[in-house]
Design a protein around this ligand. Sequence first.
Ligand code: DX5
Ligand code: ZN
Length: 216
Amino acid sequence: MFKLAPSVLSADFGNLQRDIEMINTSEADWFHVDIMDGVFVPNISFGFPVMKAVQKHAKKPLDVHLMIVQPERYFQEFKDAGAEILSIHYEASTHLHRSLQNIKQLGMKAGVALNPHTPVSVLEDTIGDIDLVLLMSVNPGFGGQKFIENTYKKIAQAKELILRSNSKALIEIDGGVSESNAEKLVKAGADVLVAGNAVFSSPDPLSTIRQLKQFA
Ligand code: DX5
Ligand code: ZN
């Protein structure tokens, strides 16, 4: 059974509590929380005060995706702000192995995110330490972008690497997920689907979530 993680980035920040409670009552599994610093990506999302507001109301695990340089400076703060899964970008990590150990020592699951141009093979030597492989299916920075089709090939490569290494890592797909590709993604081997725009721009988010979840 795959997991669905609506992305808080696409919520209405003026009605954040309402939108979080909607996800609480839905069939969605996790909250996907995008942190952007305006350096690693050309956009700034939000920081700890907003994340703590999410933490206060959310009744499902917080799946935190750091799109920031030097993410290791803030692992403890993200733990304190409620992160259960903390993903850092391969491209932003000079000492990826050390960072993965530090995230796990703090009691969180450790994820590694790959930009669309980064091959899955860079994870060969760390896959045994990774709980979640986050494949970006758009260029990170914004919600509502078009899904990059090359992602299917990367799912197959990630699956092969995970099986060959006896790893238990989940594969998460982030960007451009909708009712039109969710089934194909799950069949290709995705374990977690992030959906921002598809859920929050829907006239009926609860029914969109239900439709997305039926592909499990
Ligand atoms: C993009 C973020 C995504 C984004 C997905 O940089 O990492 O999580 O919120 O939004 P949609 O589903 O609208 O592409
Ligand atoms: Zn994300």
